[in-house]
Design a protein around this ligand. Structure first.
Ligand code: AN7
Length: 365
């Protein structure tokens, strides 16, 4: 019988708020890929949750289907707006198209990867570049949406986290129970909060991010919850410092955030799970990105590789329990930022003659 994945709202309807109108691009249902190359380096069993396989190429689609469905179901506004380091704007722009809404994106000038910018443009969003960082953009959008009939679709909108929690559901569905440890990059801290909520709700408990107590009324699927390990970039590590960072800087532009909105939820996830939030250098991020490409077969953007870089750092420090089951979210597709991945590489500036002989010679066969 014909069957297609129906998007996270329909697949997990009983564990999500009810929406009169569901705006979906079929998000979710992403691969959980076993990574033997990471087993070898950690002594654990490591899976990567490939969120770059979502419709707009990042995990943001899980939360955008629910945020935009809420806006469409509630009615009364014709515009949505978000601040973004790139992926939120790409996702908001695409889902706004499906809902027939306008979309305004407020972005830090010069700090958005080209692929993400292209997505916002082709989906018809109105782009505004700000001479400031993401935190400035979010402040502007909060004030703007408070004063004008424009709906805010950043992750401070609670419906965003509702959709994003489904990634934890999928992991438990795939493994049969929660992993021992879940590792993910932390920027504005919405995703770590959403995963923690998802894992808890699947175990029959709620967290501060939960919007009702339905989880306690449905049979639990998981017997436990994982430790949450959050990873930031050294130059944008407010949780490691214990206070906001005024001028965040990192090659991983997606997590170039100094004043995370979901601060309290993330601290709860870290502390109540017995986990930690650590930071890795840009060099470690790029090494992990290269390793994922060359040895796991998954091309992710730099911010996504922070999770794996953090796992490898923890392994080197002897913090990874032998034999543990570990899941790592790789949050966005490598195709969004090819410039960083390629560095100075240039595809052959000296083309060969169009013959087999010349090709054989070029290949060194
Ligand atoms: C690939 O798009 O904040 O900790 O404006 O794009 O939930 O913020 C993106 C964040 C990790 C961090 N990986 O997640 C935005 C934005 C990728 C990301 C994060 C982002 P949060």
């Amino acid at each position: 019988m014909a069957h297609q994945w129906r998007g996270v709202i329909n697949e997990y309807a009983e564990r999500l708020p009810h929406f009169k109108e569901v705006v979906t691009l079929g998000e979710g249902g992403t691969p959980l890929v076993h990574a033997p190359a990471l087993d070898a380096r950690t002594g654990a069993t490591v899976y990567v949750k490939v969120e770059g396989a979502n419709p707009t190429g990042s995990f943001k689609d899980r939360g955008m289907t629910s945020a935009i469905s809420d806006v469409a179901s509630t009615g009364g506004v014709e515009y949505v707006a978000c601040a973004s380091t790139g992926n939120t704007s790409a996702s908001a722009a695409a889902y706004a198209v499906r809902a027939g809404l306008g979309c305004a994106v407020i972005l830090p000038a010069g700090k958005i990867a080209a692929g993400k910018l292209a997505q916002a443009v082709v989906h018809g969003a109105t782009l505004v570049a700000v001479d400031g960082n993401f935190d400035d953009c979010l402040r502007i959008v909060r004030e703007l949406t408070a004063e004008y009939p424009v709906a805010l679709v950043n992750s401070v909108n609670p419906y965003r986290l509702q959709g994003q929690k489904t990634a934890a559901f999928e992991i438990v569905d795939a493994l049969g129970d929660a992993p021992d440890i879940h590792v993910l990059p932390v920027g504005n801290a919405g995703n770590i909060s959403a995963y923690w909520m998802g894992y808890n709700e699947y175990a029959g408990r709620t967290t501060s991010a939960s919007i009702d107590d339905s989880a306690t009324k449905i049979a639990a699927v998981a017997t436990k919850v994982p430790q949450m390990w959050g990873i930031q970039a050294d130059g944008a590590a407010p949780f490691v410092k214990g206070e906001p960072v005024e001028f965040p800087e990192t090659v991983a532009t997606a997590i170039r955030i100094g004043n995370p909105a979901s601060w309290d939820f993330a601290v709860e996830a870290r502390d109540n799970s017995g986990g930690f939030i650590d930071a890795v250098s840009d060099a470690e991020i790029l090494e992990a990105q290269a390793l994922l490409s060359a040895q796991v077969g998954v091309f992710v953007e730099p911010a996504s590789a922070a999770s794996v870089a953090g796992l490898l750092k923890a392994a080197a420090a002897g913090k990874v329990p032998s034999g543990a089951t570990i899941t790592c979210t790789v949050t966005g597709n490598g195709l969004k930022d090819t410039a960083t991945a390629l560095g100075s590489y240039e595809f052959d500036p000296n083309p060969i003659a169009p013959t087999v002989e010349a090709t054989v010679k070029a290949l060194g066969l």
